[in-house]
Design a protein around this ligand. Structure first.
Ligand SMILES: C[S@@+](CC[C@H](N)C(=O)[O-])C[C@H]1O[C@@H](n2cnc3c(N)ncnc32)[C@H](O)[C@@H]1O
Length: 227
């Protein structure tokens, strides 16, 4: 009997992990970090009933911080497995504390599925996911049937899922999967390709894509008419 190895959408990059980033994590984790050993109770965590936006793979967190700062009446949860990135965001929060932001430093696919209540997320952002552009790596893409189904369950009716990528092939991959997935058809998703929405920042990987001459694709899927 062989155990099937889980396919992950990331490999932990070996980037520079500074002492200041490590210190920020040690000092601030109790305030901003979320444990995932049980169901996540959004209302208890934030002590309010505000809408919830989730960003998956926030990198250095510059966009998550920007959105949280500009929207004090919205709650934010960010996922990132790359610890130096978590450190950068916590350094920023050390300078400018915010009440409406929490961080999970584990696999978003797993934690969303196991620890988030269905029907709990108002907006989901997936900005410049690792493209896994080689054919043999495609199975690692975060946007896959399994995660699409999870996200359909976790989003509230009339919620939005935003995906941005600088890889045309990833854009088409998303369109194809979301347009044919039965779960999204049932709940009647509509899709738009558009310019960068103004509520978010241009991210690090977006800038990098532009420097390389890549086109940027912004997709929005709307979940509606949940019966
Ligand atoms: C290409 S980077 C983009 C970072 C940032 N969004 C930006 O646009 O600059 C993708 C990030 O997603 C993170 N990531 C990939 N899969 C993830 C998962 N399943 N859970 C949490 N983070 C993930 C990676 O660690 C990486 O930092």
């Amino acid at each position: 009997l062989t155990l099937k190895k889980e396919i992950l959408s990331y490999v932990i990059r070996q980037g520079r992990f500074s002492d200041a980033q490590k210190k920020a994590i040690t000092e601030l984790w109790d305030i901003y970090g979320l444990k995932t050993n049980k169901k996540i109770k959004i209302k208890n965590i934030f002590q309010n009933k505000n809408p919830l936006w989730v960003e998956i793979g926030f990198g250095n967190g510059e966009n998550l911080f920007f959105m949280a700062k500009n929207n004090p009446d919205i709650n934010f949860i960010g996922f990132e497995v790359y610890l130096p990135g978590v450190g950068v965001l916590l350094q920023q929060l050390k300078k400018q504390p915010l009440q409406n932001i929490k961080i999970i430093k584990e696999n978003a696919a797993q934690v969303l599925k196991d620890n988030f209540k269905d029907n709990s997320v108002d907006k989901l952002l997936l900005l410049f996911p690792d493209p896994w552009h080689k054919k043999r790596h495609r199975k690692r893409r975060f946007v896959n049937k399994h995660n699409i189904n999870t996200i359909a369950n976790k989003l509230k009716p009339v919620a939005h899922w935003h995906i941005a990528t600088d890889w045309q092939d990833y854009n088409e991959h998303c369109l194809q999967l979301l347009k044919t997935d039965i779960r999204w058809q049932q709940i009647n998703s509509s899709c738009k390709i558009h310019d960068k929405p103004s509520y978010r920042l241009e991210t690090k990987f977006e800038k990098r894509g532009k420097r390389l001459g890549h086109k940027i694709f912004n997709l929005t899927f709307e979940l509606k008419n949940l019966i």
